[in-house]
Ligand binder design. Sequence first.
Ligand code: ASP
Length: 324
Amino acid sequence: MKLLITLLLPIILISCNCSESQKTEWALALHGGAGNMNKSSFSKENITEYEKALEEALLIGEKMLSEGHDAMDVVEKVVRNLEDNPLFNAGKGAVFTNDGRNELDAAIMDGRDLNAGAVAGVGDIRNPISAARLIMEKSPHVLLVGKGASKYCAENGIVTVDSSYFYTEKKWQSLQRALQKAGKNGTVGCVALDKSGSLAAATSTGGMTNKRYGRVGDVPIIGAGTYANNNTCAVSATGHGEYYIRYTVAHDISALMEHKNLTLQQAAEKVINGKLSNEAGNGGIIAVDKNGNIVLEMNSTGMFRAWANADGEKGVAIFNDDDK
Ligand code: ASP
């Protein structure tokens, strides 16, 4: 028997998809939104600016994970950095609602115990991802909205700002354009596997340009735009939120792994390029599984994204025909 196993083992190893099961010490992926982006409408400087921003956020996460920090701390810190960058549609660069306000959504989830926190429709919190974490850790609730969320967060030491903080000329002009035609996508997110084997996911957004005020997207809905479970994977989504809610995208990917034994890559493809692409659910996801396999799946022409792992594999990409 022992001889048979010795003889068969190389054959078994060659026929399995080894890259799906290889264990890396830590892994990280982040996104800065997806959509149907036309390469020719980006200048070289534009592209460099986005790449630099993604790289900066990636370095924060890489450093923390290699030093042994907790995945929850990593995803929060990385998303805070992206929220502070006006290039992205989250925090400082949040888009405007149809009546010219900013209503921000964010969620964070801990794969260890499925604990989660989220905030929706807030217009005066500088870093909504930290508000989401506060709600998860300090309150008995998962999701707080609007004024109630702001009040609770302010009382518990979260930094609030005047609504004028979120005014950026670029996003204001994009509302003016969107008032004439369809809205535009954009969001930030991060997923991480840390050295202790814990997974975490965080997502933050201003929502969709020209959304009706009061509208809440998929991002703060646990299982739609954000999900983490140490038994399967961590997922952060970006795209047309209404579809991500209807298809409970992030949880569906995890469920396909858990119940159907699909790999993360197979599950993500099935949901993003199967179920969703048959609808108008334009966008993508970033995800990492419990073995550190990173998947960046989209059904749009672009997704701002970056990834790294403990084995030194890393990169930054924007368009769907870029590597990874
Ligand atoms: N999913 C976000 C929302 O619908 C938008 C985006 O990711 O671009 O609010």
